[in-house]
Design a protein around this ligand. Sequence first.
Ligand SMILES: [Zn+2]
Length: 300
Amino acid sequence: MTYLPDTDFTQRFIFDDSDARGELVALERSYAEVLAKHAYPEPVAQLLGELMAAAALLVGTLKFDGLLVLQARSEGPVPLLMIECSSDREIRGLARYDAERIAPDATLADLMPNGVLALTVDPTHGQRYQGIVDLDGATLAECFTNYFVMSQQVGTRFWLHADGRRARGLLLQQLPADRLKDEEERAASWQHITALGGTLTADELLSLDNETVLHRLYHEEAVRLFDVQPLRFRCSCSRERSGNALVSLGLEDAQKLVVEHGGSIEIDCQFCNERYLFDAADISQLFAGAGVDSPSDTRH
Ligand SMILES: [Zn+2]
């Protein structure tokens, strides 16, 4: 499947007369692929889209090589929302939910009461890092904004919206003092830029292209918009990884599972619904350290 850069991308912009930057994200095909794997109720599909938009914005903001994992957990009707986005800009995600307890107009607080949001950066080299914030904002965007306040990082604001077809987001972030040396002037400029950002409606963000959004918000500012950076859906599961999970069970338990399940173990990927089957011969081969080669090893 080819991904046109105009359906799934982030795009940075910078203010020439202020110490601030911004980024916009638009996701359509990758969002559709995530939603296609499960029959998500509308409010869950919306939250998933918002979390995808956040992940795409964060992957360009946190400078790292590896994997960014966003997990929202609760004991409510949506126990889990999870998005993974790699620094190679490949994204996947899923949600667990109890459809019977989800009203069509359910809010974040209804769906994930007393929840937490965990942001994990798993770098290819170096130490894994995790930050956690309570899901006590009215929206996921507010929770991400709170996260940056709590972790005492530079001023950062998020706006996230999704409607089951498009997932969009806007991020504004303060830069170190450079153009504006005076502290008061700097604070006033940040206040001005974020107040304007706050006037953007969900409908506008979901329907307007980036140039129009920036003109609508900042036609009185000097703003430079950079080239788009594409993203795409891709699941990182593989037959090899599923095999490794079986190896970690130990030979005896793996063999027992094969017998209990009528001759083969089935491992389903929750992110992409790919199914990996292992029979007794596969298990023997796995534990012999030979690895598993099979024409059914689907990479996508
Ligand atoms: Zn998968």
